[in-house]
Design a protein around this ligand. Structure first.
Ligand SMILES: [Zn+2]
Length: 215
């Protein structure tokens, strides 16, 4: 494989399910945030396997000043008979601090090799967000749709996968809309009143149970 082919294969876009989304900047009232796409570490490993083979690459980590992690991804250059390493680092994260730092450092090192670099070119989209823990936020709805250039070759022509209707966390059956409520409303009602995503039947049962308890 020549360098241009390797570069193109490393930089090729990923399928939407190989991405994870985080919230960057947030609005003053914390209702909206900037959606940022990252390649999952599993997808990075798969990409390196695909391009270089499982024995053709390796990674290593170093701690940096106790609060950051560095990741080096090395690739074997068969022509020169030597390993070539690109390093980058990331700060430890708020949750699972070291693990988060390691994972982010690998993403950065992957960008050094061109993996996922195209994601920097996506237009920033502001989307509804919801809090996770104290200071963090996550997307409240589905991630933004990707433009055709940011999808794998041939992906565009594929029909959008139909989403399975959401399932009840208690009985496992699909949550169906009623004559009065949409599925989204039922899910929201369940979350607010029972802290769970429930079907109508299970919510009725819980209502009956709470009635007989208080009677
Ligand atoms: Zn149910």
């Amino acid at each position: 494989m020549d360098a241009a082919t390797i570069k193109a294969r490393l930089q090729a876009p990923f399928a939407p399910d190989e991405l994870e989304w985080r919230v960057g900047a947030t609005s003053g009232d914390k209702s909206k945030g900037m959606a940022l796409a990252y390649v999952t570490n599993r997808a990075i490993q798969n990409r390196l396997d695909d391009v270089f083979g499982p024995f053709g690459w390796r990674n290593e980590y170093q701690q940096w000043q106790g609060k950051s992690q560095l990741c080096g991804i090395s690739v074997y250059d068969a022509e020169k008979g030597e390993w070539v390493t690109k390093w980058d680092g990331a700060d430890n994260t708020e949750f699972e601090s070291t693990k988060g730092g390691l994972s982010d450092a690998m993403k950065r090192a992957a960008y050094q090799w061109g993996i996922g670099r195209y994601l920097y070119k996506l237009d920033a989209k502001w989307v509804p967000i919801k809090p996770v823990g104290n200071k963090s936020y996550t997307l409240a709805g589905p991630p933004p749709a990707l433009p055709a250039w940011a999808l794998p070759e041939g992906y565009k022509s594929q029909p959008r996968q139909r989403q399975e209707p959401p399932k009840c966390e208690e009985c496992g059956s699909h949550i169906r809309p009623t004559s009065k409520s949409t599925v989204e409303e039922l899910i929201q009602y369940g979350r607010e009143h029972y802290a769970a995503q429930l079907c109508v039947e299970c919510m009725k049962k819980r209502l009956e149970a709470s009635k007989s308890e208080s009677a």
